[in-house]
Design a protein around this ligand. Structure first.
Ligand SMILES: *[C@@H]1O[C@H](CO)[C@@H](O)[C@H](O)[C@H]1NC(C)=O
Ligand SMILES: *[C@@H]1O[C@H](CO)[C@@H](O)[C@H](O)[C@H]1NC(C)=O
Ligand SMILES: *[C@@H]1O[C@H](CO)[C@@H](O)[C@H](O)[C@H]1NC(C)=O
Length: 367
């Protein structure tokens, strides 16, 4: 049903009329839940994870446990991967979500609370380019110490049939969680107990759901600066202290994000001054704001997806960038395969993680 058309649904791109506003000021905030020690560097280069139906989508590095949290798209489970031992330590399942037609994409660790935010969403928006946004959409807060979901919120009541396609999540230091809905590009804020949901940013007037809006969110750790990549090829900046989100265009030199965007990521190793942007077909675009304020940014170039890895053909799309260890940067590759009859995912077991550490360094050093 949703399988083959899913990535193709991401092709719908429309333009927006967002205007630039004046530049807000930013305070520095200190992440609380963070460990003081740094994870050891990872010296593996590119590698392949061998795990049945892992199908990674969004992923986040856990600086406290030194593991990778992986949204496993088709099964709608969450994998916890130890890249030092090359081992999937655990696969989390969620009743009513896992092994249904829901997907789990957005997974992110809140650096302030240490909790993990997990987003489930129906595949419908991606299968139909936003024409059908019905189905499952929940935010779950997982406590990795207690090993349980602390709370979950169904986002259907607030979004109704007006917007959907929830796929990325971020946090501020007041306990709020920000969730991006891509069709047509909205941001929901959820308070720390999961009780109050606010439509923090909506296009006014609200665009049709077939407009592909924000694909990813990234907060500069320790600040109130949040970046969002838009389907119109622009990067926007938000100030998380504001009661309602106000997108401010970040001028890029040269202008132009790619147009088939997915997750965006500020690798911890660069302390918020380098943004990696995934384009499904073109690879990882590298942007830099030397002072980390993101009032403007250099657009340094794009790292293409390699064709093969150790004899394995890389036939998937580039869905996210991620850091592992204190040093290494990777592409996350997503795949769309015909489902095994009676299952909700394809038959793949080998998932490549191309190392892009040196290529990112190369682009940063060129200027
Ligand atoms: C996906 O689900 C199948 C069972 O349907 C299971 O064998 C497999 O290990 C699961 N993989 C992941 C990553 O959830
Ligand atoms: C979420 O809410 C909608 C609308 O009330 C409902 O149809 C759906 O079953 C709920 N989902 C879950 C998982 O509870
Ligand atoms: C997976 O299924 C495809 C057909 O959908 C087939 O060509 C391929 O050989 C299968 N791979 C494995 C490892 O079973």
């Amino acid at each position: 049903m949703v399988q083959l058309t899913s990535l193709l649904g991401l092709l719908a791109v429309f333009s927006t009329g967002i205007q630039a506003h004046d530049t807000p000021e930013f305070f520095n905030l200190v992440p609380r839940g963070d460990n003081k020690k740094e994870c050891p560097p990872l010296h593996r280069g590119s590698f392949i994870v061998d795990y049945f139906q892992l199908y990674p989508e969004n992923a986040d590095w856990d600086e406290e446990r030194c593991v990778l949290w992986i949204g496993s798209l088709w099964n709608a489970t969450v994998g916890i991967y130890d890249p030092y031992k090359d081992k999937i330590l655990d696969v989390l399942s969620f009743p009513g979500i896992s092994l249904t037609l829901a997907h789990i994409g957005g997974v992110a660790r809140d650096p302030y609370s240490g909790l993990i935010s997990i987003l489930s969403n129906s595949g419908n928006p991606w299968a139909t380019g936003g024409a059908d946004i019905t189905g499952e959409r929940q935010i779950m807060k997982y406590d990795p110490q207690k090993k349980k979901v602390l709370w979950a919120r169904n986002m259907t009541d607030i979004s109704r049939d007006r917007y959907g396609g929830f796929q990325d999540v971020e946090h501020d230091n007041r306990g709020n969680t920000y969730i991006v809905g891509t069709y047509p590009g909205v941001i929901i804020r959820v308070d720390k107990n999961g009780r109050e949901l606010t439509e923090w940013y909506l296009h006014q007037p609200l665009s049709p759901t077939t407009r592909k809006g924000y694909s990813g969110l990234a907060v500069v750790k320790g600040t109130d600066i949040m970046l969002a990549s838009d389907g119109d090829g622009r990067l926007y900046r938000f100030d998380l202290r504001e009661e309602r989100g106000r997108p401010v265009n970040v001028p890029l030199s040269p202008e132009g994000l790619h147009l088939n965007l997915d997750a965006i990521y500020l690798p911890p190793k660069y302390g918020g001054s380098v943004l990696l942007v995934a384009d499904l077909f073109l690879g990882i675009q590298v942007l830099r704001s030397k002072d980390g304020t993101w009032r403007k940014a250099e657009n340094l170039g794009t790292i293409p997806k390699p064709a093969t890895l150790g004899g394995l053909v890389i036939d998937g799309a580039v869905v996210a960038p991620v850091q592992m260890g204190s040093n290494s940067l990777y592409m996350v590759i997503g795949n769309v395969d015909p489902f095994i009859p009676g299952m909700v995912a394809g038959n793949r077991t080998l998932f490549p993680f191309p190392d892009i550490t040196d290529q990112v360094e190369g682009l940063l050093n060129r200027k």
